[in-house]
Design a protein around this ligand. Structure first.
Ligand code: GTP
Ligand code: MG
Length: 252
């Protein structure tokens, strides 16, 4: 499945794309701010099967006008939920966005969704939990320590998990000091809300399959009309055979 992650700049599109790749094994990449798709690691010339559209704190006019032009199934996400207050605030933002868009919206905390806790990160988290280190209200000040090695370790953990993700991981390490890196990754994904996207993405499968079939038939029709092979050649010698094959494909 090819997913284009859309939304206005800064909503967390690259992070959501990374989370979709890591959690669901799909090809997901951010749609370029202008022009064609790019910005992802899974480069492909194929058109996307599905758009995952990332909203900011609220639906904007540019979201509405963009989504009106999208001709593939859409799954809408409210991004950066870890920065939007507590569970109650997030629920109300998600409900308002769903009302404004007229479709379901799923809240996601990107860095926690995309997290892949390594053994080094797990060990650092366990050290901090044992030492009673917590993430301050101003999460950035977690890295305010003199030792440059420790500062680098903290900066990297904060960048990887985000402030709330880091706090969630630390809480889990404090409650269960022997927790594994894999279990911490699962725990963060559970917190992130990304799992709720599985059902709506799966529900798009029949539409996606029908659209792929339509594209395939259209491509074969064009090939057959040109009388050429898959390379578009159409050389006199092989033309009839290629055309026969295309037409046979079409009526299969
Ligand atoms: N706390 C938090 N930070 C996030 C979240 N999603 C993304 N970020 C951070 O926001 C910054 C931009 O994230 P991207 O995923 O690159 O967002 P984008 O929409 O591609 O934005 P641009 O690349 O700036 O156009 C990065 O520093 C991310 O780590 C989130 O859900 N929570
Ligand atoms: Mg980005």
């Amino acid at each position: 499945m090819q997913i284009a992650v859309t939304g206005h700049p800064g909503t967390g599109r690259d992070t959501v794309a990374r989370a979709l790749r890591r959690c669901f094994g799909v090809r997901a990449r951010r749609l370029a701010d202008r022009g064609g798709a790019d910005g992802g690691s899974s480069g492909s010339a194929l058109p996307p099967d599905l758009a995952v559209h990332v909203l900011g704190a609220a639906v904007r006019d540019c979201d509405l006008s963009f989504l009106r032009r999208v001709d593939v199934p859409i799954v809408a996400v409210l991004g950066k939920c870890d920065l939007r207050g507590g569970a109650e605030e997030v629920r109300s933002l998600v409900a308002r966005a769903a009302r404004d868009l007229g479709r379901p919206v799923f809240g996601v905390s990107g860095p926690a969704a995309a997290a892949q806790v390594t053994e080094d990160l797990r060990a650092a988290l366990a050290d901090w939990a044992v030492a009673g280190r917590w993430v301050p209200v101003l999460a950035a000040s977690f890295v305010d320590v003199d030792d440059p090695v420790e500062r680098a370790r903290r900066t990297s953990a904060l960048a990887e998990l985000g402030g709330r993700g880091l706090a969630v991981a630390l809480e889990r390490c404090a409650a269960e000091p022997t927790v594994s890196a894999a279990e911490l990754t699962r725990h963060l994904r559970g917190f992130s809300g990304i799992g709720a996207l599985a059902a709506p993405v799966r529900a798009c499968a029949p539409v996606i399959a029908a659209e792929r079939e339509r594209r395939h038939r259209r491509a074969l029709t064009l090939l057959a009309a040109r009388g050429g092979g898959p390379d578009g050649g159409g050389s006199a010698g092989g033309a009839e055979t290629d055309r026969d094959r295309c037409e046979a494909d079409l009526i299969r």
